[in-house]
Design a protein around this ligand. Structure first.
Ligand code: KIV
Ligand code: NA
Length: 275
C-alpha cells in the first residue's frame, strides 16, 4: 500500500512517484492493479468525462460521486481527490468542510487544491483537520480566466519567482507533495531541489520527483484538446471504434449472438409452450 508517508520516503530514496487520473470503478481497478503509486480523481473529469470546456463547472457533488466510484476499485494506490472551483475560495471554513466531505463521502485519502501563497492558510487549516493536502501550482486550470488561456507559467522572472514562492509556502503549510503543471523543466528542477517534499510534474520535465498524467490522454481516448506534455501511449479511441464496428456488422449479419451466448430451455417445457 502506498500511503501519505510513501511520498516523502520515495523522494528520499530517489524513487520516482507515479500518478495517474481515474474517474470510475472499472478504470480505477485497472490502474490500481498496474503497480501505480497514486490515483488522482482530478477535476479534469469536467473535460474528459463530462465534456465541458474547462474544469470550472465541476461541483462538489460531481467530485464526491467520482471519488466514491474510484475508491471502490482501489486497493493499493493512494487516492487523491481534487477540490473543485469555488469549494475552497470563499472561506477557510468552507475549505475545511469541503475537504472533509471528499474524505468522508468521497472516501479518498487526501485532497488537492490549486494555488500557493494565497491559499497557504487554508492548506494549513485543512491539514489541522487531519486531512493530507497535495498542492498544485504553475498552470492551475481553475485560474484559466485570470491567465487568459492555458499558458506555460514561469517563463518570465516575476512569474517564475511566484511559482518558487508558492512551492515554499505550500511546503511550510505542510503539504505532502506538490503538482507542478506546465512550467519550464529547469524551473521544476530548481524547485524540486529546493524543497524537501516531492514534486509531481505534468509538463514540468523529467527532474520532478514524480509524474502525473490524465489517463484519457495516455490511452488516446480524448482528442478535443491535447497539450504538448500529454504523451499518448496508444490510440484507444481507434481501437474502440474498431470493436464497435465489428459488433455492428455481426448483429446486422446475424453472426452475433451465437449458441454459446444463448440460454437453453428444457425441451418438454418448449413443447408445452408450443401446444
Ligand atoms: O485534474 C487533473 O487531472 C489534474 C492533473 C492534471 C494534475 O489536476
Ligand atoms: Na485538477
Amino acid at each position: 500500500m502506498f500511503t501519505v508517508n510513501s511520498f516523502m520516503e520515495s523522494k528520499i530514496k530517489g524513487e520516482k512517484i507515479t500518478m495517474l487520473t481515474a474517474y470510475d470503478y472499472s478504470m480505477a481497478k485497472i490502474v490500481d492493479g498496474s503497480s501505480i503509486d497514486s490515483i488522482l480523481v482530478g477535476d479534469s473529469l469536467g473535460m474528459v468525462v463530462q465534456g465541458y470546456e474547462s474544469t470550472l463547472e465541476v461541483t462538489m457533488e460531481d467530485m464526491i460521486y467520482h471519488c466514491r466510484a474510484v475508491r471502490r476499485g482501489t486497493k493499493n494506490a493512494f487516492v487523491v481527490g481534487d477540490l473543485p472551483f469555488m469549494s475552497y475560495h470563499i472561506s477557510t471554513e468552507d475549505a475545511i468542510r469541503n475537504a472533509g466531505r471528499l474524505i468522508q463521502e468521497g472516501k479518498v485519502h487526501g485532497v488537492k487544491l490549486e494555488g500557493g501563497v494565497e491559499i497557504a492558510d487554508k492548506v494549513k487549516a485543512i491539514i489541522n483537520a487531519q486531512i493530507p493536502v497535495m498542492g498544485h501550482i504553475g498552470l492551475t486550470p481553475q485560474s484559466v480566466n485570470m491567465f487568459g488561456g492555458f499558458k506555460v507559467q514561469g517563463n518570465e522572472v516575476q512569474r517564475a519567482r511566484k511559482v518558487i514562492a508558492d512551492a515554499i509556502a505550500l511546503e511550510k503549510a505542510g503539504a505532502f507533495a506538490i503538482v507542478l503543471e506546465a512550467i519550464p523543466g529547469k524551473l521544476a528542477k530548481l524547485i524540486s531541489e529546493k524543497i524537501a517534499i516531492p514534486t509531481i510534474g505534468i509538463g514540468a520535465g523529467k527532474h520532478c520527483d514524480g509524474q502525473v498524467l490524465v489517463l484519457n490522454d495516455l490511452l488516446g481516448m480524448y482528442s478535443d484538446f491535447t497539450p504538448k506534455f500529454a504523451k499518448r501511449y496508444g490510440n484507444l479511441s481507434r481501437e474502440i471504434t474498431t470493436f464497435i464496428g465489428q459488433y455492428v456488422n455481426e448483429v446486422k449479419q446475424g453472426s452475433f449472438p451465437e449458441e454459446k451466448h444463448t440460454f437453453d430451455i428444457n425441451e418438454d417445457l418448449l413443447k408445452i409452450l408450443r401446444d
